[in-house]
Each structure stands twice: as C-alpha cells, then as structure tokens.
Design a protein around this ligand. Structure first.
Ligand code: ATP
Length: 364
C-alpha cells in the first residue's frame, strides 16, 4: 500500500522583504493507486507542495507520510518516489536507454540483465523502442516527454509526481498524452500526484482534484463534486470553461437586486441564506437558456453584445437593459443569434449558486 498523507504541511520562504507562505497548513490523504490533480493559479504553491513530497524542498511545518511512514527526514532517493518534470530533465549526453537505466542503477541493486529487461519492457509500453539508442537532442518534444515518463515508470516507484509534464506539447499532442497517461496510470496502479494550472486537464484526468489558492486548500473532491458543489466562489470561478458568471447583489426579503436586474427567490432558498444580505449570485454560462419569449419571473430580456463562435457552441455575451455588466451564455452552435439583437435569457432557480459577498463561502 502506498497511500500518501499530507498533514498540516506548511512551507514558508524567508526573504529580506518578508516571509512568503507558499503552502499553508495543507492536509490531504491521497489513496493508494489514486490519480490526484493539484490545480490552481500561478504561484498558489503547487510546485512547492510537490517538491516537498519529493524531498527536494525542506518542510517548515507538518508531516508527510508515505504508507504510514513519516518521510520528512528521508532523502529523496530513498523515498520510492519518481518525479517527471515539465522540462523533462533528461541527460543530454546519454542515450535514451542510458537515461532510463540511470535512475534504476541509482536506486536499486538489480542485476544488469534485469535492468535491461525492465528498460525494454517500459520502452515497449510507451512505444519508444526505436528511440532507445538516440540522444535526447535527436528527439521531438513529444518523444522526450515519453522518455521522461519512461524513466519514471522503469523505477516501479510507489508514487509518481508530475509537474506540468504536458505543458511543452502542442494542443493535439497534449490531448493525446492526457489519455495515454491516464491509461498508463490505471494500468500500473501507481499513486500519482499531478500538478497543472489547467482546469481542463484537472477535470479530465483526476480521480479527485485538489484546488489551491495562495497556499491554501480550497477544496478536494471528484471533478464533478467541485463543479456542481463548489465550496466557495474561488472554486466556482476556477472550475468550468467559460468561467461562472458572478453578480454582486443585495437581498431585500426574497428579492436579489443586481446591476440592471432583480431576481426573486423561493422561500426555501431564502432560508438557506440564513439572513445574509450582501451576496454574490453565480450562474454557469452553460446553465443560461435562450428562450423564445419571456414567460416567467426568471426570464430576462437582454441585449446581445458579442457572439463568439466556438464551433459546436457559441459564447454569447449579454447585458441587462439597464445594467453595465456583461455575462456569458453558452448556446448551441446551430442557433443563429446576432449581435445587437434582444433575446430572452432564462436563469432557472435550481441552477443558481449563491455566495456570501464578504467571505465567498457557498450559501446555496
Ligand atoms: P506556477 O504554476 O507558476 O509554477 P505554483 O503554484 O507552482 O506556480 P510555487 O512555485 O509553489 O507556485 O510558488 C508558491 C509561492 O512561493 C510563490 O509566491 C513563489 O513566488 C514562492 N516561491 C517559490 N519558490 C521560492 C523560493 N525558492 N524562494 C522564495 N519564494 C519562493
């Protein structure tokens, strides 16, 4: 078993200009065989977390346990962890075979023929056998990426750590490698922590995703949990493409008043708000419906500002007649909607999210 526990993990970088808390009291259990994606905006502490798990960065506070064994003081090479870097970090003077052998020779005392066998097996798994005698400089980015993966896989570690391993690949190759990486991980069953700033990558790859912001864990859950039940406004805005629409609103009784619109709430929703009046209303672009005529209290006449064709869908930017804020609706690509026209946007009550205006916590 190789479950990985982060227990109140903290990293403070001391500098002349003041301390930087890169990771703040982070606790999380990653199950044996799980694919966990750490995701968040630039500077939120993803790489620092990964580097602490790898043993490449000292820990300011808290504990890391691998299969119940504290590893804070265990050297990187003795942690039974293999890391794949964004830059691939291959040795340029060594062939692919030598690159793959190297990590194994360092970390095990397997006999030579067994090492050879493992390298061949791993190369076959990644379809890189024809490249074994080439040097990294003679490979494409995608091929180097496979070799970097191969070097991690050949070691048969308890944990894979991956730091944005696909970010140097073009979009098509990245999409292919996403699927392949998932397949490999599932086949090998190795506990994996994968860092990315790309929410699409997180949503499509992770068994669970952990969303970080400014060193703090915002939420950990399955992609669908984080999408449908975001714990706060940050998660709601980070997960989903295009991002959730947010409106600053004030509640008076059962009515939310925003910039150019009013939205009436059912008794049940009002109860969930527990007296709060300073609120943020959140609506996902894919939950806004464009309908023929306004027929209910959650239908709004709006003006079409911009239509962004995305192929199978259009992103339609709308404004309320007396408002200044624009919001987005995702509409089927076959639907003809023209800029400057008026359309009716329906925002049913069961799709709205409501957050505390001050703390960003989800109220409903
Ligand atoms: P990115 O996606 O841009 O790589 P990240 O989420 O991986 O970002 P980290 O690299 O972990 O973020 O950085 C977290 C914070 O710690 C940032 O504010 C960063 O400036 C700071 N930091 C990272 N490394 C050091 C260091 N060696 N010395 C001082 N501050 C550092």
């Amino acid at each position: 078993m190789a479950d990985l526990a982060l227990d109140r993990l903290t990293k403070v970088f001391r500098s002349g200009d003041g301390d930087i808390v890169a990771v703040d009291d982070l606790s999380m259990d990653i199950e044996d065989g799980e694919f966990l994606v750490l995701v968040g905006p630039s500077g939120c502490g993803k790489s620092t977390t990964l580097r602490m798990i790898a043993g490449l960065e000292s820990i300011t506070g808290g504990e890391i346990r691998l299969a119940d064994r504290p590893v804070n003081d265990v050297k990187p090479q003795d942690r039974d962890i293999a890391m794949v870097f964004q830059s691939y970090a291959l040795y340029p003077h060594m062939t692919v075979r030598e690159n793959m052998r190297f990590g194994l020779e360092e970390s095990t005392d397997l006999p030579d023929d067994e090492i050879d066998e493992r390298v061949e097996e791993t190369a076959a798994m990644l379809s890189i056998e024809p490249l074994l005698d080439r040097k990294p400089g003679e490979l494409s980015g995608g091929q180097q990426q496979r070799v970097a993966l191969g070097r991690a896989i050949v070691r048969d570690p308890s944990v894979f750590l991956m730091d944005e391993p696909l970010s140097n690949l073009d979009a098509k190759l990245r999409a292919e490698m996403r699927t392949e990486l998932q397949r490999l991980q599932e086949e090998l069953g190795v506990t994996t922590v994968y860092v990315t700033h790309d929410q699409t990558e997180a949503m499509t790859m992770g068994d669970r995703i952990a969303i970080l912001n400014e060193g703090e864990l915002m939420q950990v859950g399955t992609p669908l949990e984080c999408y449908h039940e975001p714990r706060n406004e940050f998660v709601a805005g980070f997960i989903g493409e295009p991002s959730m629409n947010f409106f600053a609103v004030e509640r008076e009784g059962d009515t939310l008043r925003g910039d150019g619109f009013e939205y009436s709430l059912s008794e049940e929703t009002v109860r969930a708000l527990d007296g709060a009046t300073d609120l943020t209303l959140g609506v996902r672009p894919e939950d806004v419906e464009i309908v023929g005529t306004a027929s209910g209290e959650h239908d709004f006449v709006t003006t079409v500002d911009v239509v962004e064709p995305m192929g199978d869908e259009n992103n339609v930017y709308l404004t309320f007649p007396d408002g200044s804020e624009t919001f987005v609706a995702v509409v089927g690509g076959m639907r003809l909607i023209e800029r400057g026209t008026t359309v009716v946007a329906r925002i049913p009550e069961d799709v709205i999210h409501i957050f505390d205006g001050a703390t960003g916590e989800t109220l409903r």
